[in-house]
Design a protein around this ligand. Structure first.
Ligand SMILES: NC(=O)c1ccc[n+]([C@@H]2O[C@H](COP(=O)([O-])OP(=O)(O)OC[C@H]3O[C@@H](n4cnc5c(N)ncnc54)[C@H](OP(=O)(O)O)[C@@H]3O)[C@@H](O)[C@H]2O)c1
Length: 272
């Protein structure tokens, strides 16, 4: 495993995403991921799978402190009272007293001004219900506003070889934050890239493994690929026995095509 040390905490740079895995399949997937060696699990209130994630973690026998667990407060729950009540509910479902990281899933100031939501998250942090707080899908100016108000551990955003995130990455490094790459393999689209295929063939690796490795070789970056298939889970974890050269890293940097896959109607106006 590769780790990031962010604000004194060690985070496994490769995590396991659980969006769209629900019910028994989610319990099995997370249990299997933990068995493979994943120690960073990403869920969210809106995924409707926190209970299954919690069952898998508590059934694994792995000490809670050995797992980095993230959940996200949904955009309807950003008023301070709702941040508190929905997080209490998340912790109950997750069968834990605390998460490692509690994120604002999407910005939504129609629920509450950002600063009030952040204050509520800080209250939860001070009460020991989360070790860190952070944001997701925040633009550069929103990140600036958040870090001007309080300590932000992470911004979780879409990031893969087809979508550059230079400004957010620079900001994350300047402020000692983690940038967690969601949809890190562009939901499978990286498989079609001849550049990744070529680079992979020289290392005996798949385009997906090359894309994940490219993320893991970037400072302050973590990646959370989702895989309902056991084969995918296993092969996505098999990325620690090879290294991309500087030239290969640059070739992948150049693939950037501004291809954003996650852009719902409530998304903010993305900035450059
Ligand atoms: N903060 C946010 O707003 C936000 C938004 C989106 C995602 N996320 C988080 O990020 C995680 C990952 O993002 P994502 O689920 O959007 O996309 P992703 O991880 O880029 O891609 C997942 C897709 O790729 C397939 N796949 C996985 N490994 C593969 C492999 N080795 N070879 C071929 N195909 C493979 C999966 O198939 P199978 O499942 O069939 O194995 C699934 O269809 C989510 O699960 C969630 O935790 C957060």
């Amino acid at each position: 495993m590769i780790y990031r040390t962010i604000q004194g905490s060690r985070v496994p740079a490769l995590g396991f995403g659980t969006y769209q895995i629900t019910g028994p399949s989610c319990r099995n997937a997370v249990a299997d991921a933990l068995n493979i060696g994943y120690r960073h699990i990403d869920t969210a209130q809106i995924y409707r799978n926190e209970a299954e994630v919690g069952e898998a973690i508590s059934g694994s026998g792995i000490p809670r402190e050995d797992i980095f667990l993230t959940t996200k407060v949904w955009l309807d729950n950003l008023a301070p009272a709702d941040v508190h009540s929905s997080t209490r509910e998340s912790l109950r479902k997750l069968q834990t007293d605390y998460v490692d990281l509690l994120l604002i899933h999407w910005p939504n100031e129609s629920a509450a001004p950002l600063e009030e939501t952040l204050d509520a998250l800080d209250e939860l942090k001070n009460a020991g219900h989360t070790r860190h707080i952070g944001v997701s899908n925040f633009t550069p100016s929103m990140v600036e506003r958040a870090v001007n108000h309080t300590t932000i551990f992470c911004n979780q955003v879409e990031y893969h070889p087809l979508l550059a995130q230079e400004t957010l990455l620079k900001l994350a490094r300047e402020h000692g934050m983690l940038l967690t790459a969601y949809s890190p393999i562009a939901r499978g689209k990286v498989l079609e890239s001849s550049t990744l295929q070529q680079i992979g063939s020289t290392h005996g690796k798949s385009p997906v493994q090359v894309a994940l490795r490219w993320l893991l070789q970037q400072e302050n970056v973590a990646a959370i690929p989702k895989a309902e298939s056991a084969d995918h889970r296993r092969s996505n974890f098999d990325v620690f026995d090879f290294e991309l050269s500087d030239e290969e890293m640059q070739r992948i940097d150049q693939m950037q095509a501004g291809k954003r896959l996650v852009n719902p109607g409530f998304a903010p106006a993305w900035e450059k």
